[in-house]
Design a protein around this ligand. Structure first.
Ligand SMILES: O=C(O)[C@H](O)[C@@H](O)[C@H](O)[C@H](O)COP(=O)(O)O
Length: 230
C-alpha cells in the first residue's frame, strides 16, 4: 500500500483542487449507486476546505455525510466537531446533504457504541470518500496512541464499527470509527497543512509500529493520498 503525495503551493490552491476532487468522486458515487457517502474529520484543518466543498454543484440530497470521530461534548461546546461541520460544510449547496452525527445523549460514549453501529448501517459501504487528519502525536480519527483503547481500535478483527476512546494527552472522551471501518473506503485522503504536520508524517513513514503512531496503520493497509500545503 502506498502514500501518494499531492503538494500545493498554498492552502487556497489546495482547498480549490481538493473540494473539486471530492465533489467529483461523490457525483460518480451517486451516478453508480444512487447515493454517495462522505466521512470527514474534525479539528481545525478542514474548515476552509469544507466551505469550498459546500459550494460545489452536485446532487447533495443524495449524499450522506458523517464524522470519522467526535469529541464527547455538546454542540454548544467549541470542541464539537458536529457544530463545526454544520457551520462550515452543511451550508450553501451542501445544506441539502444528509448528516449523521455521532454525539448522543449518553453521558459515557461507551453507552452509545451500539446505537451508532446501527446508525452506520444506513450509509453506503464502502465509503466513497474518507478524509482523515492527523495530530502531532500521529493519531488519526480519535485513535490516540496514548489511550488504553488503542489496541482494540487498531485491531482489524474488531467487530465494532465504533470505539469510545479516552485520550490521556488530549481533552474529552471521544467516539471514533475503528481502523477496520476506516479502511472500508474507496478513497482515503490525508489532509494536512503546515511544515510541522509534514515533519510528523515523515517521522511516521520511518518506522512501522502503529501503536506508536496510529496513522501508520492506515498508510500500511490502504492507499492514501496526502493533500498538503504549507
Ligand atoms: O476530532 C479530531 O480531533 C480529529 O478528527 C482529529 O483526528 C484531527 O483530524 C487531528 O487531531 C488534527 O487536528 P487539527 O486539524 O486541529 O490539527
Amino acid at each position: 500500500m502506498a502514500l501518494i503525495e499531492t503538494n500545493f503551493d498554498s492552502v487556497e490552491a489546495l482547498n480549490k483542487a481538493f473540494s473539486k476532487d471530492v465533489a467529483q468522486r461523490l457525483s460518480q458515487g451517486i451516478q453508480q449507486n444512487g447515493r454517495a457517502s462522505l466521512v470527514v474529520s474534525g479539528g481545525r484543518t478542514p474548515a476552509a476546505m469544507f466551505n469550498q466543498l459546500s459550494k460545489q454543484p452536485i446532487d447533495w440530497q443524495n449524499v450522506d455525510i458523517t464524522l470519522a470521530d467526535e469529541r464527547w461534548v455538546d454542540q454548544d461546546d467549541a470542541a464539537s466537531n458536529e457544530a463545526m461541520v454544520k457551520r462550515e460544510l452543511l451550508i450553501n449547496e451542501a445544506n441539502r446533504a444528509n448528516f449523521y452525527g455521532l454525539k448522543t445523549s449518553a453521558s459515557d460514549a461507551n453507552n452509545a457504541v451500539e446505537e451508532l453501529n446501527q446508525q452506520l448501517e444506513k450509509m453506503r459501504t464502502p465509503f466513497d470518500v474518507l478524509i482523515l487528519g492527523m495530530g502531532e502525536d500521529g493519531h488519526t480519527a480519535s485513535l490516540f496512541p496514548c489511550s488504553e483503547q488503542i489496541k482494540q481500535g487498531l485491531d482489524t478483527q474488531e467487530p465494532s464499527d465504533y470505539i469510545a476512546v479516552t485520550p490521556t494527552t488530549a481533552p474529552n472522551q471521544r467516539m471514533s470509527l475503528t481502523l477496520k471501518r476506516l479502511l472500508q473506503s474507496k478513497k482515503v485522503f490525508l489532509h494536512l497543512t503546515g511544515e510541522a504536520k509534514k515533519a510528523v508524517l515523515s517521522e511516521a513513514l520511518k518506522n512501522d509500529d502503529p501503536l506508536e503512531m496510529p496513522i501508520r496503520a492506515v498508510i500500511n493497509q490502504t492507499d492514501v493520498e496526502l493533500m498538503w500545503a504549507p
